[in-house]
Design a protein around this ligand. Sequence first.
Ligand code: SAH
Length: 381
Amino acid sequence: MSENPLIAPTAVTVELTKQTAINLIGYDHRAMSRYFSELGEKPFRASQLLKWIHQQGVYDYASMTNLSKALRGKLASQTTLDLPEIIQDQVSADGTRKWLLRLADGNSIETVFIPEDKRGTLCVSSQVGCGLNCSFCATAQQGYNRNLEAHEIIGQLRLANQLLSTPDNDRPVTNVVMMGMGEPLLNYDNVVQAMQLMQDDFAYGLSKRRVTLSTSGLLPEMLRLSDECPVSLAVSLHAPDDKLRDELVPINRKYPIAELMEACREYLKGIPHQRITFEYVMLDGINDSDDQARTLARLLRDVPCKINLIPFNPFDGTGYGRSSMKRINRFRDILMERGIITVTRRTRGDEIDAACGQLAGKFTDRTRRSIRMKPPGNVKL
Ligand code: SAH
């Protein structure tokens, strides 16, 4: 800001201030309370602001009438409430909806909404790209760019609720799965901050059963999560033995299966009576034999769990194929006969590349403005 209040700040100063300003969209209750106490304000201001942003979808301080004018002025000069920009919005025949979002630095990410009878699940990204290099995943092909900020993670939920809300339902997203682009546990602090907001009654009020984090198995972070933010856990297993898992999920070389199982049992101590969900992508001729099903059942014998079989979703350049439905059913039956709850995940939104492992943030080319969506309703872009 210019030191002389009579001189209007130049465009450059405004730009600089905006870039360095704090984006309060990503602040959880604790961070927000700390921020207000630094301003000499009462802690309940945090609850008020969280409600404005996350429940009312108001991003303009001037409209926040229960805050004093002086406080609104201070907030406006120090902070922003910016959401990612929607640059593409696709709906598939089964109702699955995929948004391509552009971040302030020009990177793009994808978010997917999957409507079901009684619930609506949002699949949220945690990183731009991914560095884990799982051999069957499209996101791995694009490499790793950076972690998402907490405001970019929770911003995906805010936008989805806003875009999908109807007069009789202002919170259509009932479940969140951290299963979009990236490995959430490699972005621990920002992901946890966003998941705190998801569970906060002054924000989205989702129970921990309705928030699921999917990981390829980073053991130290799994244990930390069990202490600090024990949401439902999904583990990308994909193979019943180390030799194959080393190949499919290379992080296995660092954290092999036996240690992973131990960590899963440990995790469950933080969420009694719950189960780990093991994800298992069905790759034709690679991990889908009867023998592998039996080995898998033995491996999981003493971990309270269920298995999600995911039919492989192909993408350009992959050498893998999807197991036949007959094979998937046989694999499931072997597991079920051994007492393991097994569900085959329905493939959703594959014709718009919105299915598991197909997210890749394709349109990073900034010249393609013709595809940009007009912002619907009161969405601030
Ligand atoms: N990095 C996290 C979350 C992202 S992937 C993890 O590994 O769990 C979400 C799920 O989709 C994972 O189980 C992942 O292994 C699976 N997946 C990745 N590529 C896939 C593909 N091409 N077809 C089907 N599932 C895939």
